[in-house]
Design a binder for this molecule. Structure first.
Ligand code: FAD
Length: 435
């Protein structure tokens, strides 16, 4: 066996949360050699959302080192040299295959053993694959998933070799919508297929979705709803040629991209730590049920104070903030101090074509639509409020200015009372600006 390596703090996973945790450790004070980040990926932490957006642009695409953390939130860009300067060990291209939380050890695929005093689990999610459901031909070449930079590089390669070809996007969530747009911008003939009656059903109302579906159609994207891919035709080279749909239709395809959801990577810790709602259960300081073990980002199921409920959130803003909260809590407890419990306001966003939306709060209760949501509109500025028990609890805005986005964030956190939903519709964004 290889020699043991011991660290005071180990972060397993080198994604968004790991990068923001490293910055917070440095801010709070860290001695050289105390912290290691162990990552399966070959590169230092980066802003993952770029992979389905600017990374795929036909003109001047984003490339590393351009989008290392923490540029996505307007912070300093942490290059590999930064970690070196701070004495943080970046252990890359290293997959942990075994975790022993009682012995406080991790084992890599090549047999290296890492010991820690405090562990932060930041393994994120993995893409759910069609082969998991036994879809016939799902292992064919040119069927892509997008989670890590290696996946994005394969897709970029296929975009070059299948120039001006046909793409089928499987899935109508935000990854599907962003990839559909990116491939259309690369001049592919794009069809999107999803089983639900409208796109992004977990967040969008039918009225919100109608705008995006109309806009995509206007951009030349074909949308096929209410059916699923049940198989693929593969040629002699093992490359995908056709997508077979459940409703009997067959779509030609040079490239298939699949975005059908994610699954948190908790396998390493199964049976060793308490789980809840598919993730690792934590308190408001991201402490798990095991002493000295924290979980942050996509894998954490934490108390969402605002809604008095345990939730798991698979979005970048939470991955950053949960990582910072965990490090603050670790450092405070070492100093015999306390930090405030995590008090998170859910925030998601997406961008595609020349569109950009933000959402804050909770999409529960009754939704009302305001603004001009016609796909033909020149401004395409519209939004929605969600009203529950007479209060506005969630707000969505397409095409908002920075000030307007701030205003809807405030609405979702203040939860103002509303008596008259019609008035809310009439006032639209100006309602938020007054809160
Ligand atoms: P990740 O950033 O996924 O990092 C996990 C890291 O752990 C990876 O480096 C992985 O390789 C590593 N790892 C996993 N298992 C092991 C192991 N056993 N050993 C070693 N290393 C391991 N959210 C938004 O809010 N807005 C967006 O627009 C948006 N766009 C996105 C676009 C794409 C293509 C993807 C994939 C996600 C997007 N998200 C977006 C979601 C957001 O990126 C995630 O919520 C966020 O990255 C979660 O951070 P994390 O650190 O928990 O996990």
């Amino acid at each position: 066996a290889m020699a043991d390596k011991t660290f005071k703090y180990v972060i397993v996973g080198g994604g968004v949360a790991a990068g923001y945790a490293a910055r917070e450790f440095a801010k709070q004070g860290l001695n050289a050699g105390e912290l290691a980040i162990i990552s399966k990926e070959a590169v230092a932490p980066y802003e993952r959302p770029a992979l389905s957006k600017a990374y795929l642009f036909p003109e001047s695409p984003a490339r590393l080192p351009g989008f290392h953390v923490c540029v996505g939130s307007g912070g300093e860009r942490l290059l590999p040299e930064w970690y070196k300067e701070k004495g943080i060990e970046l252990i890359l291209s290293t997959e942990i295959v075994e975790a022993n939380l009682s012995a406080k050890t991790l084992k890599s695929a090549s047999g290296a053993i890492f010991k820690y005093q405090i562990l932060i689990i930041a393994t994120g999610s993995t893409a759910i694959r069609l082969s998991d459901f036994g879809v016939q031909g799902a292992d064919a070449k040119n069927i892509f998933y997008l989670r890590e930079i290696v996946d994005a590089d394969q897709l970029v390669e296929a975009i070059k070799t299948k120039k001006n070809g046909k793409v089928v996007v499987v899935g109508g969530g935000y990854i599907g919508l962003e990839l559909g747009a990116a491939l259309r911008m690369n001049n592919f003939d794009v069809s999107m297929v999803y089983p639900e009656p409208w796109c992004m059903p977990r967040l969008f109302t039918p009225a919100i979705a109608a705008f995006y579906e109309g806009y995509y159609a206007k951009k030349g994207v074909t949308i096929i709803k209410g059916t699923v891919a049940v198989g693929f035709t593969v040629d002699a080279n093992g490359e995908v040629k056709e997508v077979k749909l459940k409703d009997g239709r067959v779509l030609e395809a040079d490239i298939v991209v699949v975005g059908v959801g994610g699954r948190p990577l908790t396998n390493l810790f199964k049976g060793q730590v308490e789980e809840e709602k598919g993730g690792i259960k934590t308190d408001g300081f991201f402490k798990t049920s095991v002493p000295d073990v924290y979980a942050v980002g996509d894998v954490a199921t934490f108390p969402l104070k605002l809604y008095s409920e345990l939730r798991r959130v698979e979005h970048v803003d939470h991955s950053r903030k949960s990582a910072e909260q965990a490090v603050k809590a670790i450092k405070a407890s070492e100093a015999g101090k306390a930090v405030e419990e995590y008090d998170y306001l859910p925030y998601f966003y997406s961008r595609s074509f020349d569109l950009s939306w933000q959402f804050y709060g909770d999409n529960v209760g009754n939704a009302v639509l305001f603004g001009d949501s016609s796909p033909e509109s020149a401004t395409h500025k519209f939004g929605s409020y969600w009203i529950k028990d007479g209060k506005v609890v969630g707000a969505f805005l397409e095409g908002g200015s920075p000030e307007e986005n701030k205003a809807i964030a405030k609405v979702a956190s203040v939860q103002p009372s509303v008596e008259n939903a019609d008035l809310l519709i009439q006032e639209g964004i100006s309602f938020a600006s007054k809160v």
